[in-house]
Write a protein that binds this ligand. Structure first.
Ligand SMILES: Nc1nc2c(c(=O)[nH]1)N[C@H]1C(S)=C(S)[C@@H](COP(=O)(O)O)O[C@H]1N2
Ligand SMILES: [Mo]
Length: 368
């Protein structure tokens, strides 16, 4: 693992390991803590007997549900890509360095989540959400990183997640490891990892989003294009939270700087989006973006999962590749059924915190 911060727990998965597993094993899954629940820096479970989930705000009646009550409800399984909103931040440095952990491609994973759908939880206990509730705000039991700092909490549009939000108790078929939010985690398929609050102990139904700086000022990007390197004021009007994942694809084989020899060169990776519509195509270029070739897309394990893709280039036969030892730039870009794709120049989405990188992925390969 690439260790970005050993104390808080911030680790990235090298793509060479990510590509080996259709479902990312817990041992290889990236970790991102803003703040930690004491005792939770472990892949083991966290004691769950006395864990409660409070449902409060614009919900009638308000209710505290124990872990054991929750565990008796019908479970739903979903495969989803969990990706930090800061994944790919390092690539913004091509135009101007963005502050924060310099994630490359491995601040993401694909896993199976098992838990209780929020909708089902509400219905099972006869809880009615008021029509005035526009936001779902999730709180974890982890204390603020420094005394006096705002607690890490995140809000999402309730209407958008009401049928898909999962209160997860398991990951990859095992009790949710403490480091990944066990015993309870809010899982929002299609949303950036940052919104998937770990150590969940309260869900608030409210008319306004959270005022915590982590939501109101931190995890946001600008609505309009801004000059790379600039940092305009963050307001509710000029910015939007890092909610639904932008369409993205990466090359994970070969990796940057790898050498390939004459003959067929297998190139592969994954593509994904927010799961609201299908990925319909991905294209590969082996000449830095002059010509593009359709790749073979596989079916994802779920609409919220990643689409593995692969292609074979013939070195020496394909005119795109010149013999004699040369560095070529491989690029990939994906398209979905809504016509969404990735910008050639990812810096069009530059923001001071370097969130939501979704530029065309580029890998330099040595051909000998
Ligand atoms: N309670 C809590 N939940 C949290 C965080 C946190 O610091 N505290 N970090 C968030 C961020 S920024 C990300 S990217 C994901 C990382 O999930 P993982 O550590 O399971 O990979 O958790 C999110 N949920
Ligand atoms: Mo994140």
């Amino acid at each position: 693992m690439i260790v970005h911060d050993a104390e808080a727990g911030v680790t990235e998965t090298p793509v060479q390991l990510l590509r080996e597993h259709p479902l990312t094993p817990k041992e290889l899954m990236f970790v991102r803590n803003n703040q930690v629940l004491p005792g939770a820096l472990t892949l083991s479970t966290y004691p769950s007997e006395s864990w409660n989930l409070e449902l409060s705000g614009l919900v009638m009646p308000t209710r505290t549900v124990s872990f054991l009550e929750l565990a008796r409800l019908k479970r739903t399984v979903t495969v989803a890509v969990l990706q930090c909103a800061g994944n790919g931040r390092a690539f913004y440095a091509q135009s101007a360095t963005a502050k924060g952990t310099q994630w490359q491609r491995g601040g993401m994973a694909q896993v199976t989540w098992t838990g209780v759908l929020l909708r089902h939880l509400l219905d099972s206990f006869g809880l009615q959400v008021s029509p005035d509730a526009s936001f779902l705000t999730a709180e974890g039991r982890d204390p603020a990183a420094t005394a006096g700092d705002d607690d890490f909490e995140q809000s999402v549009p309730l209407e958008d997640v009401l049928e898909t939000a999962l209160i997860a108790t398991s990951m990859n078929g095992e009790p949710l490891p403490a480091i990944h939010g066990g015993p309870l985690r809010l899982v929002l398929p299609g949303y950036y990892g940052s919104m998937n609050v770990k150590w969940l102990n309260r869900l608030r139904f409210e008319s306004e989003p959270s005022a915590s700086r982590h939501h109101a000022r931190r995890y946001r990007t600008f609505q309009e294009r801004i000059e790379p390197g600039s940092s305009p004021e963050v307001t509710a009007e000029t910015t939007a939270p890092t909610w639904r994942q932008k369409i993205k694809s990466i090359i994970w084989d070969p990796v940057e700087g790898e050498r390939r020899f004459p003959g067929p060169i297998k190139v592969s990776g994954v593509a994904w989006n927010d799961g609201r519509t299908e990925i319909v195509a991905a294209e590969l270029s082996s000449d830095g973006g002059n010509t593009w070739w359709r790749v073979n897309l596989e079916t994802p394990l779920s609409p919220y999962g990643w689409y593995p893709w692969h292609a074979t280039l013939w070195y020496g036969w394909n005119r795109q590749l010149k013999p004699g030892g040369t560095v070529e730039e491989f690029r990939v870009r994906a398209f979905d059924a809504l016509g969404r794709s990735q910008p050639d120049d990812g810096s069009v989405h530059w923001n001071p915190s370097g969130y939501e990188w979704y530029g065309v992925d580029s890998v330099k390969v040595n051909l000998h």
